[in-house]
Design a binder for this molecule. Sequence first.
Ligand SMILES: Cc1ncc(COP(=O)(O)O)c(C=O)c1O
Length: 519
Amino acid sequence: MSSSSDTPTGREVPPSPAQLDDLKQEILRLTRDYARHAHRAFRPGWDPQRSAFDPERGTIPYAGRVFTEDEVEAAVGSTLDFWLTLGSEGAAFEQELAMFLGVRHSLVVNSGSSANLIAISALTSAKLPVERRIQPGDEVITVAAGFPTTVAPIVQVGAVPVFIDADPITGNACCDQLEAAYSPGKTKAVMMAHALGNPFDLAATLAFCRRYNLWLVEDNCDALGCTYSMPRQLAESLGLRENSPGLDEGPDRVVRWTGTWGDISTQSFYPPHHLTMGEGGAVNIIRDQKLKVIAESFRDWGRDCWCPSGVDNTCNKRFDWQLGELPEGYDHKYTYSHLGYNLKPLDPQAAIGRVQLKRLPEFIEARKRNWETLRRGLTAHEDVLEFALPTHATGWDPEAGFSWDSSGCRTECSWFGFKLAVSASAPFSRTDLARELDRHQIGNRMLFGGNLLRQPAFVQLRQERPEALRVVGEMTGSDAIMNSTLFLGTYPGLTQAMLERELQVIGNFAQSKALQKAI
Ligand SMILES: Cc1ncc(COP(=O)(O)O)c(C=O)c1O
């Protein structure tokens, strides 16, 4: 298409809107063509167009972006529109994520860490009742094993994290320690992650939060698409009666996605997570509209006004407010009710996220399938490897699957990773296994920061300001996680050949070590 032509005066004749649209469509067609060929290695593991894996030389990532030409087209399309800052794609993504989860609002942000910072900051707002507001020196109960930015924001807002231990089998908080962590008049919230896609004990945690009127912030960064269910009677006693959209376990049970049980939850869209937009995250406001306005204010510079970018006067009284010590009629757009941040992503990121969101149901299933393949394939090594169990499960059997405790609560994990621990009696250590996996280019990770209290930043904090944190009991479970655990990938980009290669390498290693020990 010729987009313009020169006139005798030398001025370019602008193309018509129809011609411009043709030009854009042509660019997008070429983009799709390019992406289809250039990015074959990033297609879903089951996609026949995905480039083949070479078991001799191929790398097996533990996680990464999984996408097709659809995401690339969305990114380029939005970039050509060049709105750039959060706009129509962001608004649509927020609505679509909130609808998927069945929460009141989702606010898109630039990372999971930012989401956690906003979530906890929101609970410090002076717009909340004074008895519920987190003030400097108030306490927030959290867990010692996990990712640092679940905890760092608690310190950053001037509150005191109170650490309980983690269970090495589930990777989750030992919720029987919640009571011991409670401090009357000081404890205001519980903030913990569903570790590696394993929901924590929501029944116990919610009962505790209801008993003491505490906020619950679910760090759902690793757990989008995991479900938790409980007997209806128990759910109703905790004030929850609705299933999440599309979920149903019959009239006697309530089943919901993780990230929809507490007050606020957070997501990360960094590439290893259940969906990606490169960098990105979300704050889910589960029920309370007031928390949405506050969280949005912290995301958007701390402003009082809630107009989307590029829009003025949503409140219809832009020049009719008098807040703080500002003169009456001072522009609401430049009125700040919080000490906020600017933690918004770009609109093209949200455009990518919208395409990823459509893939989420099959990504969730792929993670479950991949976990199951690894679990079955490693059954023969139960003498040296200890495998994760979903919260409330008491065992796993290749025929019968999981067995469950008597709580009536159930979890279904869309695993972030395949967690295993090397037994104390094994003739090799966790680090030996990690080295062997590395030697074969098999992606593996430790459970993030291990026991966070042993990380340099927290050691320094404890030394310089002992009152800045509190620890309840011994952190033996978190230490065990730190010392003997690693995880492999379960992400949807893994192919059957990759999973088989992983099983072969681990099997050979365990066998050769057993033989060496026997000689
Ligand atoms: C549990 C948990 N919370 C928060 C984050 C931070 O997310 P982001 O990397 O998007 O900042 C991560 C990162 O992996 C995480 O695992």
